[in-house]
Design a protein around this ligand. Structure first.
Ligand SMILES: *Cc1c(COP(=O)(O)O)cnc(C)c1O
Length: 385
């Protein structure tokens, strides 16, 4: 027992702070999720376009896909025998959508961020990262040999000051600025146009932008904020995940073909991990085609989000969001947990988000809207807040 005591004490500490986490079994039916025999409207999923829960679409996919193409394992990395045609088709499709730039696929968004950053950084690389970037990006930077500095969240003036201070340093060959377009916890967004303008003023700067929460939901064809603000060609590393609005699994990078070749030769999680099953690639391709036509759903999601954000602010809460991720910032962890329990009992599955996922003192309810949510659901929810 003595060797386990240490871990048990850590867990006790988490319990005392209200920060202890556990898996919960759940059953999902359409827009609802059932936990402990309680059926609730699911407001915690990243299935923003309601595609993962769309059974009709799934049926259509399997009808169109003969058993010979339902390959459930790639059995190796793509550099060995795992490079099935489904991979190349999806990459070609992405490349067409993203102005002919190169595309490269990864097993997950997490793999992507912890793999690309160490591969492209060396001792002569400086990384500037937004203070609130996702854990996978932080881990990627930490695994690299780059020096790094965090700039204040969404503060491009602070970033510019840092560029002024460091850009002339001759020991630095390149500066990689890393950010998300829509931020996962605050739901606010980077001004991509301003960021791109800034990049063009400094010759050593490359941009790395994670569109995990924007792919599918922003832009005319759902290609993300980069499409919406017409900067697809200006972002050196444009990355995202298929696990959220795209109702599948995996990560992607849009880049120059030199970068693609470079990563295939140097990126460890790409070289040393079995590639996703080909059927997952076929499904992603199927969904992607569908997503490019979902303008109406995107507009609906956006107007619903605006409405909820306004109402949350009217209730006196701090809410920085401009997207479908709507945080209601409460502050204290225990209070946030209790409020979430109250809303769950009332039939809304909203989860509390606490440190270390968010900074201390900024515990919050995180509401994730999706296209299945109705106006009357929101009216009732706002009353309960
Ligand atoms: C979810 C997320 C990831 C991880 O993507 P997965 O495909 O779930 O591994 C990476 N970056 C950001 C910003 C995310 O929100």
């Amino acid at each position: 027992m003595s060797l386990l005591n240490h871990y048990a004490e850590v867990l006790d500490g988490l319990k005392k702070q209200g920060n202890f986490r556990q898996f919960k079994s759940n059953i999902q039916r359409g827009r609802y999720i059932e936990i402990n025999q309680q059926n609730m409207l699911n407001l915690s999923s990243n299935d923003y376009l309601g595609l993962a829960s769309n059974e009709q679409l799934r049926e259509q996919f399997f009808d169109e896909t003969p058993n010979s193409q339902r390959v459930m394992s790639s059995s190796s990395s793509r550099l060995l025998t795992g490079n099935f045609p489904e991979y190349e088709q999806l990459e070609q499709n992405l490349s067409q959508l993203f102005h002919g730039r190169s595309a490269l696929l990864f097993n997950s968004g997490y793999h992507m961020n912890i793999g690309i950053l160490p591969a492209i950084c060396d001792g002569k690389t400086l990384v500037f990262a937004d203070k609130l970037v996702h854990a996978s990006i932080i881990d990627g930077i930490r695994l690299s040999s780059a020096k790094y500095v965090r700039y204040r969240h969404n503060d491009l003036q602070h970033l510019e000051n840092l560029l002024e201070s460091y850009h002339a340093d001759e020991s630095i060959q390149r500066i990689i600025v890393v950010t998300e377009s829509i931020f996962s916890m605050d739901g606010d967004e980077t001004n991509l146009r301003a960021l791109v303008n800034l990049k063009h003023q400094y010759s050593k700067v490359m941009l790395y932008v994670d569109e995990a929460h924007a792919i599918g939901v922003r832009g005319q064809q759902g290609l993300g904020c980069a499409e919406e603000y017409d900067v697809i060609d200006d972002i050196d590393f444009l990355v995202g995940t298929f696990g959220k609005a795209l109702a599948s699994v995996g990560g992607y990078l849009i880049c120059h073909e030199i970068i693609r070749d470079y990563l295939i030769n140097t990126m460890r999680p790409l070289i040393f991990s079995t590639a996703q099953p080909p059927i997952s690639m076929a499904w992603t391709q199927f969904i992607l085609k569908h997503v490019t036509t979902m303008q109406t759903e995107r507009k609906h999601l956006q107007s619903m989000s605006k409405q909820l954000i306004d109402q949350v602010k009217q209730k006196g809460f701090n809410c920085p969001s401009t997207s479908q991720i709507v945080p209601v910032i409460i502050g204290d962890s225990q209070e946030t947990v209790e409020k979430a329990q109250y809303l769950q009992q009332a039939g809304f599955y909203i989860m509390p988000v606490r440190p270390p996922t968010v900074p201390k003192g900024s515990s919050r309810l995180r509401i994730c809207l999706n296209t299945h949510v109705k106006d009357e659901d929101l009216a009732q929810l706002v009353k309960l807040l």
